[in-house]
Design a protein around this ligand. Structure first.
Ligand SMILES: [Zn+2]
Ligand SMILES: [Zn+2]
Ligand SMILES: [Zn+2]
Ligand SMILES: [Zn+2]
Length: 355
C-alpha cells in the first residue's frame, strides 16, 4: 500500500557551527553573520541602498537563505539577504526601517560559478565579490572609499574606517599591504558571529490551534486585566463597551502569543520558519501588514520565511550595549521571481513585536 503523500510542511531553520570555508559564495550557503557570501558577484547593493533609514549609517549583514526555485532556469540559484542596523536606537516597535532584504538569483550556467558543485576543499583564492567590486574590509559590502594614506584598503563608510583603524590599521597603515595583518581575515566585533543555517521539515503533530477558552476563563482573564491595569479607577471616562474592547484586544494578543509559543515549543531551537506561499506564524494578533507592496515588476509579493526571536541569542547583541530585537521578521518576495539579471532586487520585510 502506498504511503500517504506528506502534507506540504514548514521547513525549520537551525543554527550550526561549520567550517568557515564552506560558508563562502561557491557553496551557496544559508548562514547567519560574518560577511555576506554574495550570490551574484557583481552589482551588489550600494552603500546608500544598505544604509539604515533611521540613522543613515551602514546596516550589518544579518543572514542569508539559499532558496532556489526549480520552476525557472534563472532561479537555479537564488538567495535572500537580510541586513539590520546594529544601533538599538533605530530598532522601533513594529517598524522595518532598520532592516533591508534583497533577492539575488542566477541560472545554472552563469559567469561566476561552475555549473557543477564545488569540491569541498579549501582553496587559496576564493571566487568572491572582491573579484568584481571593491569591498569594505570590515563588513564585506561595497566599499568605494579608500584609506587616503596607504590606498590599500576600502570602506563602505567613515564608521567602518574608524572600526578598522582602531582594530589594527592604525599600525598596519604604515606597513606594506602584505605585512598589514589588519586587512587579513579579521573578525570584527561589529559583525554578528558567523554560523551555518540548516533546515529540516517541521514535525507538526498538532496542527490545531489552542483550544478556545470558555466564557468563564475569558471572564476571569477580563477581571484580572481590570485588576492589573487598575482600570476601574484610571479609566473612569471609558464606557463599558470600550473597556470590553480593550480587554478582548488584550486577550487576542495573548492568545496569539500562546499559539506562537505552543507551536515553537515543539522545536524550541528553531530560528527560522520557511513556508513559501504560506502564512507567517504571528507572535501577536496585531499589527499585521495591511498591504504588502507589490514587486517593482508589478507582481504580488508572497510570504516566504520568517526569522524568530531565538536567533537573537546567537547574535551576541548584548555586546552592542543595549539590544536590538524583534518578535518576528517576515520576508515577502516577488511571487513571479521576476528577472533581475545579475542585480540585487529589494524585497519586503515586516517586523512584528510583542508590546
Ligand atoms: Zn540605524
Ligand atoms: Zn563596511
Ligand atoms: Zn591605510
Ligand atoms: Zn517581481
Amino acid at each position: 500500500m502506498a504511503a500517504p503523500l506528506p502534507k506540504k510542511c514548514v521547513e525549520l531553520g537551525f543554527v550550526e557551527n561549520s567550517e568557515e570555508f564552506l560558508l563562502r559564495s561557491r557553496f551557496f550557503p544559508s548562514k547567519l553573520g560574518g560577511r555576506p557570501a554574495w550570490l551574484s558577484l557583481e552589482s551588489i547593493p550600494t552603500t546608500e541602498q544598505l544604509s539604515c533609514v533611521e540613522c543613515m549609517k551602514p546596516t550589518i549583514f544579518l543572514l542569508q537563505v539559499y532558496s532556489p526555485c526549480t520552476l525557472k532556469l534563472e532561479t537555479f540559484h537564488r538567495t535572500l539577504f537580510i541586513f539590520v542596523c546594529s544601533n538599538p536606537d533605530c530598532c522601533k516597535t513594529n517598524s522595518n526601517k532598520n532592516l533591508h532584504v534583497f533577492r539575488s538569483q542566477l541560472p545554472r550556467e552563469n559567469k561566476f560559478y561552475s555549473s557543477d558543485p564545488s569540491p569541498e576543499i579549501e582553496v587559496q583564492n576564493e571566487v568572491d565579490a572582491s573579484l568584481f567590486n571593491k569591498l569594505c574590509v570590515v563588513c564585506g559590502c561595497l566599499g568605494l572609499k579608500t584609506c587616503s594614506k596607504c590606498h590599500n584598503v576600502n570602506y563602505c563608510s567613515k564608521e567602518h574606517q574608524t572600526v578598522h583603524w582602531k582594530s589594527g590599521h592604525k599600525v598596519g597603515c604604515n606597513l606594506s599591504k602584505e605585512a598589514d595583518v589588519s586587512t587579513k581575515e579579521v573578525k570584527f566585533d561589529c559583525l554578528f558571529p558567523e554560523m551555518e543555517l540548516v533546515t529540516e521539515p517541521e514535525n507538526n503533530e498538532s496542527e490545531k490551534d489552542c483550544v478556545e477558552k470558555t466564557d468563564e476563563e475569558k471572564m476571569k482573564e477580563y477581571d484580572e486585566f481590570l485588576k492589573k491595569e487598575n482600570v476601574s479607577q484610571t479609566c473612569g471616562e471609558m464606557s463599558e463597551a470600550e473597556l470590553q474592547k480593550m480587554a478582548s484586544k488584550e486577550s487576542e494578543n495573548d492568545k496569539q502569543l500562546r499559539r506562537f509559543k505552543k507551536r515553537i515549543s515543539q522545536e524550541p531551537e528553531q530560528v527560522l520558519r520557511y513556508d513559501k506561499g504560506g502564512e507567517p506564524l504571528w507572535i501577536a494578533s496585531d499589527p499585521k501588514p495591511e498591504v504588502i507592496p507589490d514587486c517593482k515588476c508589478g507582481a504580488k509579493r508572497q510570504f516566504e520565511f520568517q526569522v524568530l526571536p531565538h536567533l537573537l541569542s546567537f547574535m551576541n547583541v548584548d555586546k552592542l550595549g543595549a539590544s536590538i530585537d524583534w518578535g518576528t521578521l517576515c520576508v515577502y518576495t516577488c511571487s513571479e521571481n521576476c528577472s533581475i539579471g545579475n542585480t540585487y532586487s529589494r524585497e519586503y520585510i515586516f517586523k512584528q513585536d510583542v508590546v
